[in-house]
Design a binder for this molecule. Sequence first.
Ligand code: DDH
Length: 288
Amino acid sequence: ASGSAPTLVNHNKADYQKVYNAIAARLEEKDDYDDGSYGPVLVRLAWHASGTYDKETGTGGSNGATMRFAPESDHGANAGLKHARDFLEPIKQQFPWISYSDLWILGGVCAIQEMLGPKIPYRPGRADRDMSACTPDGRLPDASKTQDHLRDIFYRMGFNDQEIVALAGAHALGRCHTDRSGYDGPWTFSPTVLTNDYYKLLLNEKWQWRKWDGPKQLEDKTTKSLMMLPADYALIQDKTFKEWVVKYANDNDLFFRDFANVIVKLFELGVPFKQTERWEFKTLNEQE
Ligand code: DDH
């Protein structure tokens, strides 16, 4: 064999659980970021890595981790995701055998589970690609737009209306940053715990346009401390979307089931897996 060929080692579930544990431990350790967790921004990295997929051309998706490179790293939608990539870099150094593409998705899986969300089954098989695989700008949703735009963007990935609404529940997590998207504030009162609160608040609060210098966004009338994007508000303006908002607001178990299914689908878009089996990782709590 030629001397420079890398040694091929098959890594098993236990190896990936070790990577999961290292990410989870780092999430606990680095609790001085934002609302006390890197979890939300890790979820957003996994989503923006995956959400570039185009079913017609088979381009984009989480296979490649092309957001490491300009121009994709500089796309407006990806502002701030460097925090998530940098957070995961020491994990990549500790486990050099995992691809960035598999690591970023495992980061999203770990963050969702550690933030008390449902189990997200996972399988490896993503290979890193170079900058020639970067996707064009404009494939991720524009927060200032509404239902027609949402359907254009998510149908392109292969999702239906129910799945669009289930995915949006991720906005229970995290916040908007004026220095990233220009928008400001969290969607819920517990932005580091995954619940169906996004749907409950969207339905039950009174929302009004915020008077400020920034982009058009809504604030809750009661506390003025929560926000909704025009793209979020569209989910209760559209009759079909709203039916699913009501279902998820009334049933957290249904939300968790549908969210887990649709996130697995999102995270696997465009990946040529060899492995059919998916693994469920234990949370840190479950291993105590
Ligand atoms: Fe989102 N999202 N997202 N989002 N998103 C933002 C933050 C977070 C839209 C716009 C924004 C999904 C769908 C949409 C998360 C997960 C997901 C921000 C603020 C904007 C703007 C960024 C910043 O300033 O830091 C729009 C528009 C859509 C849509 O139209 C559907 C989906 C599908 C997900 C997912 O994960 C499945 C998360 C988590 C955050 C919080 C990030 C953070 O740093 O906190």
